[in-house]
Ligand binder design. Structure first.
Ligand SMILES: *Cc1c(COP(=O)(O)O)cnc(C)c1O
Length: 479
């Protein structure tokens, strides 16, 4: 007879809770990141398929010895790379409970399905986006949310031309044109390519002096495409770009889209939650007028990966885009909404809602707003520290919680500065005391520090800049 599952499981679960709590407590004391030792990497890569099973507690020992020692680094208060946050502790706990239930949140009458309705509404409320039940769903991330939203935009544009894109594809349609800025995230291009729109039909519109999508240039580009027989249908704006955290001015874009009949999509993956900081909120005016908004709770809210969210003004647009249930059968669920699989791409769907619920419920709106305001304040402080140092250069105004800058030691020309700053992120990372990543801004190699962790302090900013100076010193003496 097999042993009853519960007793060894309970003992191992207690041990796992201690292991995870010890791990999280020790993160700030460890190097932020270190390259893996070749032998440790090889043990993971070459592990043979187990022929017989092992005890749960033995698995925990392997996790402790082989996995937990080699984290990505996000979670540490001095991790400033990309847009990857520390996990919210409430979300970590919720992940265990969600896995224990292990539903498919595709549809039906169980807690996960209903909780998703609620957290989608909460997310919309947090960022001030108008919401009617059914007009949004959780996704794996913003890349997927963007595909969902742009598919709805494409469907609406085709329908207005009397064309059923689901039945007939794009064949026979004039080119559908979308407009974005040079700073728009690559997921938009990926979505446009995947939806058959073609990246050639995406126009990169010039920015204004602050790099925001310029409505004047946008209007001219729309007119030129119309004159050439193409069909403008989409504008993609950013509520926080990845490189500099810049937020587009939404009101004039919403005016233009309304006048021209274009779909306004906002990429709020990183920055939409910045609206919770009262100091930043005015920048987001007009966000509520978008036709769709993509968000990433797995970024600034710290919901454990993965969790994105697609919000649309009109939920029926999603259903028209994705449902394969004939209209006369759609009311079966009783609430008239049907299954999530009628609103997006996934069929079997994970229980993402519980970790979102736990993360928001643990901090509350005011706690989240305080965490976000902490990050934006530190980012402005980091910008001041950079600006005050003649060996460093701030490359963009600090609008949200991303700081773009570079080392600028005296005596280096443009080529030398680019070579130095291109090499700097990896050099800083290898030192293990801070983690920052790089980008290219207007042809200049740059560092960008993204602040997402409410546990980060001003002292951590000092360490970051000391590390950048030290690594730059090493690199320039070696040149
Ligand atoms: C992270 C990010 C994306 C992509 O989202 P994923 O969740 O990684 O799929 C898109 N846009 C912006 C601005 C981002 O920061």
């Amino acid at each position: 007879m097999p042993e009853p599952l519960t007793s060894p499981f309970r003992a191992a679960a207690h041990a796992a809770a201690d292991l995870v709590a010890d791990y999280l407590a020790a993160v700030p004391e460890r190097p932020v990141w270190q390259p893996m030792a070749p032998a440790a990497r090889e043990r993971l890569l070459a592990a043979a398929l187990p022929q017989s099973g092992r005890e749960l507690t033995e698995l925990l020992r392997t996790i402790e010895a082989e996995v937990l020692p080699a984290p990505m680094g996000n979670g540490h208060p001095r991790f400033f790379g990309w847009v990857n946050s520390a996990p919210a502790p409430a979300g970590v706990l919720a992940t265990l409970a969600a896995a224990a239930m292990n539903p498919s949140s595709a549809g039906g009458d169980h807690a996960d399905v209903h909780l998703e309705r609620t957290v989608v509404r909460w997310l919309a409320e947090l960022v001030g986006f108008p919401h009617r039940v059914g007009a949004g769903l959780l996704t794996s991330g913003t890349s997927m949310a963007t595909i969902v939203c742009l598919a709805a935009a494409r469907g609406r544009a085709a329908a207005r031309l009397g064309h059923d894109v689901r039945a007939d594809g794009l064949a026979g349609l004039p080119p559908l044109v979308g407009y974005l800025s040079a700073e728009t995230h690559s997921c938009v291009r990926k979505a446009a390519e995947l939806l058959g729109l073609g990246s050639r039909q995406l126009r990169v519109v010039a920015g204004d002096a602050e790099g925001r999508l310029d409505p004047v240039a946008l209007r001219a580009a729309i007119a030129a495409d119309r004159a050439a027989g193409r069909v403008p249908f989409l504008v993609v704006a950013s509520a926080g770009t990845v490189n500099t955290g810049a937020v587009d001015a939404f009101e004039p874009l919403a005016d233009l889209c309304a006048e021209q009949g274009l779909w306004l999509h906002v990429d709020g993956a990183y920055g939409a939650f910045g609206v919770l900081d009262p100091a930043l909120a005015p920048r987001y005016a007009g966000l509520a007028r978008a036709d769709s908004l993509a968000l990433d709770p797995h970024k600034w809210l710290g919901v454990p990966v993965d969790c994105g969210c697609a919000l649309v003004r009109d939920g029926e647009q999603l259903r028209e885009t994705f449902s394969l249930v004939p209209a006369y059968l759609r009311d079966e669920a009783g609430d008239g909404l049907g299954w999530y699989s009628e609103y997006g791409i996934e069929q079997t769907r994970p229980f993402r809602a519980l970790k979102v619920w736990a993360t928001i419920a643990h901090r509350g709106r005011s706690g989240l707003a305080a965490d976000i305001a902490h990050c934006t304040r530190l980012a402005r402080r980091l910008g001041e520290l950079v600006a005050a140092d003649p060996e460093l250069e701030l490359l963009a105004p600090v609008e949200t919680s991303i700081v773009a800058f570079r080392a600028r030691p005296a005596g280096l020309g443009a080529t030398g500065l680019n070579a130095l700053n291109q090499a700097l992120p990896a050099a800083v990372q290898r030192r293990g005391r801070a983690f920052v990543t790089g980008t290219v801004l207007a042809g200049r190699e740059a560092l960008r520090a993204c602040l997402l962790n409410a546990a980060t302090t001003e002292a951590d900013l000092t360490v970051l800049l000391d590390e950048v100076r030290a690594a730059a010193g090493d690199l320039t003496t070696r040149q």
